[in-house]
Design a protein around this ligand. Structure first.
Ligand SMILES: [Zn+2]
Ligand SMILES: [Zn+2]
Length: 214
C-alpha cells in the first residue's frame, strides 16, 4: 500500500499516483525567529497549482547565495525553502530557494491563509490522560502515545488490545496521534481493509512518523 499523505492546503488525504503530480514544501530554516513554516508538508495535485502560482517567479539559488529568490534583495542567507514536484513517489523536479525576511513573511501568510485545520473524525474519541494521549474508536481500535516527557515519543495502534503498528514520533506526540487517526479514518472508509496495512501506510506518508518495527 502506498503512503497516505495529507495535503497541507485542503486537509484531504491522498496517495501518490503515477498519473498526478503533487508537491512537497521543506522549510530548512527561516530568517525571522517567529516565522512558522512547515518543516515538511505535502500539497495534493488539486491544490498544487495555487502554490505554483505564487512560487513560479522565484529564482532557484545555490544555498550559499545571498540574494532573495523573489525580490532579489540581499538576505543574511539563512532563510531556505526547498520545493519539489513528485509523481508517484519520485521527485521529478526540485529547487532550493532563499527568502529574505519580508518574502518569508509573505509566504507564511500565504500558506496560513490556504491551510485548513484537521477535521477530527466523529468515529474517534479522545480521552485526556496524564501519561499520554489515548484515542479510541468504538469497539476495536485504540491509538496511544507515550507521555510528552518520554525520552523517545512513540505512537501505537492497538486492535482489541494487541499492538499492530508502532511508530516513533517527531514533535508533539498528541498532534501526531491526531494526524494519524484522521488519515487512518480517511482511508478506512474503503471498508474491510486490514488496519495494520492502513496504519503502516499512514506512518509511511507522514514525514514526522517513522516505523519502529524495522
Ligand atoms: Zn489539497
Ligand atoms: Zn525577498
Amino acid at each position: 500500500m502506498s503512503p497516505i499523505r495529507r495535503c497541507h492546503v485542503c486537509g484531504t488525504h491522498f496517495r501518490p499516483s503515477p498519473d498526478r503530480r503533487h508537491g512537497r514544501i521543506d522549510c530548512r530554516n527561516t530568517t525571522g525567529p517567529d516565522v512558522t513554516l512547515p518543516t515538511t508538508a505535502f500539497v495534493c495535485a488539486d491544490c498544487r497549482p495555487e502554490v505554483v502560482d505564487l512560487t513560479r517567479h522565484w529564482e532557484p539559488r545555490d544555498p550559499s547565495a545571498d540574494a532573495c529568490s523573489f525580490c532579489a534583495e540581499p538576505t543574511d542567507g539563512t532563510g531556505r525553502i526547498d520545493l519539489a514536484s513528485i509523481v508517484d513517489d519520485r521527485v521529478v523536479s526540485q529547487g532550493t530557494y532563499l527568502l529574505c525576511r519580508h518574502c518569508e513573511d509573505v509566504f507564511e501568510t500565504f500558506l496560513a491563509d490556504l491551510h485548513t485545520g484537521l477535521e477530527f473524525p466523529d468515529a474517534w474519541s479522545h480521552t485526556p490522560a496524564p501519561g499520554g494521549a489515548v484515542f479510541d474508536r468504538e469497539g476495536d481500535l485504540r491509538v496511544t502515545t507515550t507521555a510528552p516527557t518520554a525520552p523517545e515519543s512513540r505512537l501505537r495502534l492497538l486492535d482489541d488490545g494487541d499492538p499492530i503498528v508502532e511508530a516513533i514520533t517527531e514533535g508533539a506526540p498528541r498532534e501526531r496521534a491526531r494526524e494519524f487517526v484522521t488519515a487512518f479514518e480517511a482511508f478506512d472508509a474503503e471498508g474491510g481493509a486490514d488496519p495494520r496495512r492502513i496504519g503502516n501506510a499512514v506512518v509511511e506518508g507522514n514525514p514526522h512518523l517513522r516505523s519502529a518495527q524495522d
